[in-house]
Design a protein around this ligand. Structure first.
Ligand SMILES: Nc1ncnc2c1ncn2[C@@H]1O[C@H](COP(=O)(O)OP(=O)(O)O)[C@@H](O)[C@H]1O
Ligand SMILES: [Mg+2]
Length: 237
């Protein structure tokens, strides 16, 4: 599916943490347009500002200056309540650690999010998308790390988010299970046209993206489109 008009627009995003001697300039004047349905990979060394940028896109953090707009939602200057609504209705997050609730089954973990969303798919549909229908009644401790991460993907997408933000989703996984997680994320992007951004240390994953952004020192220093995308199955690291 071809990416369409920009749905996320950032201009002059700057983020400063701390003050005085401990002042850190995490993002410096970042401009970014993300189009509907795009699959973006963010690469860059540790400390280059990747998570800060993703957290601002997802309404988890606010820039010190600059503007960030998601469709008609002005995220910059939004109240905490507005940002909570934005995250709940529009954003799916996947982090390196799955943080499933150990005392709930796989299906119940996903249902918990479906219950507070306005237009969710069923937990069964979400689990089908990540290839885990057969594990719905199991507890997280009965699953491998990669399977738990696919549950986390199902939990992130059950609300039908507008944007799926993944911060090092394969960081704790080996190659084979990591590939299955990436395949699940790519499938959601392709089938639901969910705009997707994935942070990774692993440049091999960049081949799956429509567009690759490289960060260094709080700036986007390189941006390239992939003329030919590779499938998750063909990623090696
Ligand atoms: N909450 C915070 N308080 C202080 N400094 C922070 C905070 N979050 C991030 N930083 C600093 O901002 C810079 C960018 O961090 P981050 O966005 O997490 O980078 P990356 O995800 O690329 O590793 C780093 O120097 C980091 O130490
Ligand atoms: Mg990070």
């Amino acid at each position: 599916m071809q990416p369409l008009a920009p749905v996320f627009v950032a201009r002059g995003l700057t983020k400063v943490y701390g003050a005085g001697d401990s002042r850190v300039l995490a993002l410096k004047d970042v401009d970014l347009d993300i189009r509907q349905g795009e699959f973006i990979v963010l690469l860059g060394p540790s400390g280059s500002g990747k998570s800060t940028l993703l957290n601002i896109l997802g309404g988890l953090d606010a820039p010190t200056s600059g503007t960030a707009t998601w469709r008609d939602h002005e995220l910059t200057g939004a109240s905490d309540e507005q940002l909570t609504t934005y995250r709940r209705e529009h954003v799916g997050f996947v982090f390196q650690f799955y943080n499933l609730i150990p005392s709930l089954t796989v299906e119940e973990n996903v249902r918990l999010v479906a219950q507070i969303a306005s237009n969710p798919m069923t937990p069964a549909e979400a689990l089908e998308l990540v290839g885990l229908s057969h594990r719905a009644g199991h507890f997280p401790s009965q699953l491998s790390g990669g399977e738990q991460q696919r549950v986390a993907v199902a939990r992130a997408i059950v609300k039908r988010p507008d944007i799926l933000l993944c911060d090092e989703p394969t960081g704790a996984l080996d190659v084979d299970t990591g590939r299955l997680v990436l395949a699940a994320i790519a499938k959601v992007n392709a089938e639901l046209n969910t705009t997707t951004a994935v942070i990774t240390h692993n440049s091999a994953i960049a081949g799956m993206a429509h567009r690759v952004l490289r960060l260094s020192g709080g700036r986007i220093v390189k941006e390239e489109a992939n003329p030919r995308r590779i499938r998750a199955e063909d990623v090696t690291w």
